[in-house]
Design a protein around this ligand. Structure first.
Ligand code: SAM
Ligand SMILES: CC(C)=CCC/C(C)=C/CC/C(C)=C/C(=O)O
Length: 297
């Protein structure tokens, strides 16, 4: 997904979820007493979630770094938000083997919305997030898909001769937690493994209703990685086949075009974790990783 303007105009679900989660966790994040918080966002995309919902939470003296694997996304966000003070955007693959030296241990907070389900090397990504935080401590707030019906639609489309040549690597675009029996437990374990002693992970069962075929198609176009591999003359045919599969999965409500709705039940991982300084770690009990943070400051 590289088309920033398409994404910026068809990301209602992503915006809705990020706003709710940030409202809920704004007071849980451990803000510095000097107001000089540095926050890095992972997978900022076109940048509007970061600028509309994260930036307003940051103290006046805070620094914001939006990052993304896609240079097109970073280019779009840099241009669109170039007048914003104390804000910059840069390319970063959160699954990379070696973090850029200037980012390591430099942040009080890391946030990430709707990105980590794109990263197959989830353990590498979480190790990097841990290492982006300051050695003396910091926290992260993450939201990403454990599962979504879109993944089952992709797998069915791949079986069609018309589309299979574009979708050979479909599994690379399916959330690493999609097949997990217990995604909450699995992600909690991963957080512990990379060093987060204190964390809270929830799996939220959500439903989003897309009003009309055009809305659903626009949302698919904004995120579907396979469309950019095929000639644009095939896009509408692909999207029509996508809709037919959604209907065959009984995810449609209402018959005629006027009041046709599409139901998308999905599981969202919402995780908050704190990195404690090495000194504090020494004094914590051996297994304190089940601490609940909601409402604690
Ligand atoms: C669905 S968008 C989310 C954008 C934004 N966070 C939001 O909530 O609207 C996912 C973004 O993650 C980026 N992404 C995918 N894999 C990534 C990786 N390995 N490292 C950093 N960003 C990645 C994509 O390029 C895309 O811009
Ligand atoms: C009914 C149905 C199959 C809806 C799927 C809707 C959709 C466009 C889901 C996208 C999920 C996703 C990978 C989002 C993202 O990364 O932003």
């Amino acid at each position: 997904m590289n088309q920033a303007s398409l994404y910026q105009n068809a990301n209602q679900v992503q915006r809705h979820d990020a706003k709710l989660i940030l409202d809920e966790f704004a007071s849980t994040l451990q803000w510095r007493s000097d107001g000089e918080d540095a926050l890095l966002d992972v997978g900022s995309g076109s940048g509007n979630v970061l600028m509309d919902f994260v930036k307003p939470l940051l103290p006046i003296g805070g620094q914001l770094v939006g990052t993304d694997i896609s240079s097109q996304m970073v280019g779009f966000a840099s241009k669109h938000y170039q007048g914003e003070e104390r804000t910059r955007f840069q390319v970063l693959d959160i699954g990379c083997d070696k973090l850029p030296q200037e980012l390591r241990g430099s942040f009080d907070h890391v946030t990430s919305f709707y990105c980590l389900h794109w990263v197959q090397n989830l353990k590498g990504a979480m190790t990097n997030i841990y290492n982006l935080l300051r050695p003396e401590g910091g926290d992260c707030l993450l939201a990403f898909l454990a599962s979504n019906p879109v993944y089952e639609v992709y797998k069915i489309l791949k079986l069609n001769d018309k589309w299979s040549e574009y979708m050979q690597d479909v599994e690379q675009f399916i959330s690493p937690l999609h097949y997990s029996q217990n995604p909450g437990e699995e992600f909690s374990q991963l957080l512990s493994d990379v060093g987060f002693i204190q964390h809270n992970v929830e799996i939220r069962n959500e439903v989003f209703v897309y009003e009309g075929v055009r809305t659903l198609k626009d949302n698919v176009k904004a995120i579907c990685p396979f469309l950019e591999r095929m000639p644009s003359s095939l896009h509408e045919d692909f999207l029509n086949d996508f809709i037919d599969i959604v209907i065959s999965m009984n995810l449609q409500q209402g018959e005629d075009n006027q009041d046709q709705k599409f139901i998308s039940p999905y599981k969202l991982v919402v995780a908050y974790a704190r990195k404690t300084s090495n000194i504090v770690n020494k004094f914590l009990d051996e297994k304190p990783n089940q601490l609940i943070f909601k409402g604690i400051n």
